[in-house]
Design a protein around this ligand. Structure first.
Ligand code: UDP
Ligand code: MG
Length: 256
């Protein structure tokens, strides 16, 4: 089919208050994509920004036909923004990038090459975590160890959400009916031939991370409860033990 000769690429980018990064992002992205010489679309999903990001995005969309903008009615969180992006992406392959240039667009050609070589999913593993605190690095590593102990399939550590997915993989992902979408888990759950590329993660180009400690903790908890029945089993066990102990204690009182 024609799509094999000239595959169409979609790039999905969730955006929350990234006005200071959007100019550079758009420039670097367009350069990378133009150099690839394939037709493409860029799908920005605005996740309730309040810093004028939407105005920038509208401007891009007006001046460049390949840019599309989805605006969510409020801040729903990155997982929801990514979900909306994947649902609207039309590409034969869909690439997910952050807006802050931490995962630079220069990675795109390598991802596309790995996809053309047969991978349905190409994800990026961080060789280093520049600009992150010791606390974040240690807690992230402990968390992935725990998550993988508890869940029945491997959720790869140190691979961010940044990735390329084939149409087949995107369709599988879009079929999942989950409302609380822990993307890292869903990405891993669908399986399919996966290629991991190594890269050095940059620090944020501008602005601050949107994840404070509480938000990360919430996401971490969501991951464990969505992809493991261990917490359910533990609470059942605690319940059984408590009621057994209560019964025995009651009998003991009666006997006395
Ligand atoms: N983001 C979003 N909604 C949110 C939080 C973040 O769309 O509620 C976007 C953000 O604009 C960025 C990406 O998700 O493009 C990753 O966010 P961030 O850089 O803050 O995360 P980190 O790189 O620190 O994990
Ligand atoms: Mg970031």
């Amino acid at each position: 089919p024609a799509s094999v000769a000239a595959p169409f690429l979609s790039v999905v980018i969730p955006v929350l208050d990234e006005a200071r990064n959007l100019g550079a992002l758009h420039r670097e992205l367009s350069e990378s994509l133009t150099r690839l010489g394939r037709p493409y679309e860029i799908l920005f999903v605005d996740d309730g920004s309040k810093d004028g990001s939407v105005d920038f995005l509208r401007l891009f969309a007006l001046s460049v036909p390949s840019v599309k903008v989805i605006t969510l009615s409020r801040n729903f969180g990155k997982e929801a923004a990514v979900t909306a992006g994947f649902e609207h992406a039309a590409g034969d392959a869909v690439i997910l990038l952050d807006a802050d240039l931490q995962d630079p667009p220069e990675l795109i050609p390598d991802m596309v090459a790995a996809w053309r070589a047969g991978a349905d999913v190409v994800c990026m593993r961080r060789r280093s975590r520049a600009g992150e605190t010791w606390f974040k690095r240690t807690s992230a590593s402990l968390y992935y160890r725990l998550l993988n102990r508890l869940s029945r399939f491997d959720i790869p550590h140190d691979t961010g959400d940044v990735r390329l997915m084939s149409r087949r993989a995107v369709d599988a992902l879009n079929q999942l009916p989950e409302r609380n979408r822990y993307m890292k888990g869903l990405f891993a759950w669908i399986g399919m031939p996966t290629q991991v590329l190594l890269y050095d993660r940059e620090s944020r180009a501008a602005g601050n991370t949107k994840w404070n400690f509480t938000a990360l903790l919430g996401l971490a908890f969501e991951g464990i409860t969505s992809f493991s029945t261990a917490p359910l089993r533990w609470t059942t066990l605690v319940g059984v033990l408590a009621s057994a102990w209560g019964t025995l204690f009651g009998l003991w009182i009666v006997a006395k």
